[in-house]
Design a protein around this ligand. Structure first.
Ligand SMILES: Nc1ncnc2c1ncn2[C@@H]1O[C@H](COP(=O)(O)OP(=O)(O)O)[C@@H](O)[C@H]1O
Ligand SMILES: [Mg+2]
Length: 290
């Protein structure tokens, strides 16, 4: 694949279950080497979208290209180049950790080294642990090891850290960043804002089957184009104003304070965070919007 071709291209994707439209016209692209996040509340259509890209579900309409293939045809060449972590998976309860990874390795033409993958995913210390006695976080690492063993170019991670304690989440983030350092493209879904902020080059916020906004987490926050100015006024009351350009307000506040010969208490100028944007977008009724 050439550098400029997107790893994933989605145009006007639709998916209905009966008369419920779970994905209602979604467009996005993921560049090779990028970590892209589908961010949205439960039921938004994240898993449906990802499973269509993985070739596990049939779309109702639209165009999908994954590494240049249509996943619906389940081409072998595509399966060999993608690694998948499903939202929930319990296929290998009775197998031991190293055994599972070695077995999976046998399914691919050019697998990575088994011990190296156990190392990357933090499983090297207990290779003989039966999968069923792993904790939730360790089981997710095994999922990740199985997704990695075929040395795929593209990795799908559906809610990779749901149910993790904070320390396990941090470790998983480190592993996912390592995937990017290995040159992989990653599409992940999450409903954690901090996860999207920490990991993703770009995110799309999705709700009720539609993308509400898209971009790098930092510009997404800034693109709201507003500053929040907060301060304690001379009566000791907390004030807060939102301004597109805070220059005039700041000038007014500082010159009034100087004229009084006093300082301004607790003044701050902030941009809305990714969390502010997310809550604002996803808590509105979506019908009239976009
Ligand atoms: N196999 C299915 N049959 C019927 N409805 C489904 C099926 N899978 C998902 N849905 C519905 O489609 C919507 C999107 O679900 P999903 O893609 O799982 O969302 P998310 O992963 O964002 O939580 C939800 O309303 C869900 O109930
Ligand atoms: Mg889901």
């Amino acid at each position: 694949m050439s550098q400029s071709a997107p790893a994933i291209l989605v145009r006007d994707l639709h998916k209905s279950y009966g008369d419920h439209e779970a994905v209602a016209g979604v467009d996005f692209e993921v560049a090779a080497g990028e970590i892209f996040g589908l961010l949205g509340p439960n039921g938004a259509g994240k898993t449906t979208t990802v499973e269509i890209l993985e070739g596990y579900r049939k779309r109702s309409g639209g165009i999908v290209s994954v590494l240049g293939f249509d996943p619906e045809q389940r081409p072998r060449a595509l399966r060999e180049r993608t690694g998948i972590v499903l939202q929930s998976c319990g296929l290998y309860r009775h197998i031991r950790v190293r055994e599972a990874v070695a077995h999976w390795a046998g399914l691919y033409p050019h697998p990575r080294d088994v011990d190296e993958v156990l190392e990357i995913t933090g499983l090297a210390e207990r290779p003989n642990e039966p999968a069923r006695s792993l904790s939730g976080g360790q089981r997710r690492r095994l999922d990740l090891a199985l997704a990695l063993i075929g040395d795929p170019d593209l990795i799908f991670l559906d809610e990779p850290t749901t149910g993790f304690d904070p320390a396990a989440r941090r470790e998983a983030w480190t592993t996912i960043r390592q995937l990017q350092e290995l040159g992989k493209t990653v599409l992940l879904t999450t409903h954690y804002l901090d996860e999207a902020q920490a990991l993703c080059d770009r995110v799309a916020i999705i709700k009720e089957g539609r993308i509400l906004t898209e971009g790098p987490p930092a510009t997404l926050s800034a693109s709201a184009g507003r500053y929040r100015v907060a301060w304690r006024d001379e009566a000791g009351k907390l004030q807060e104003r939102e301004e597109e350009d805070p220059t005039a307000l700041l000038h007014q506040l500082t010159s009034a304070a100087l004229a009084r010969g006093a300082g301004i208490e607790e003044i701050s100028v902030t941009r809305p965070s990714l969390e502010d944007i997310y809550l604002e977008l996803t808590s509105d009724p979506v019908d009239e919007a976009v």
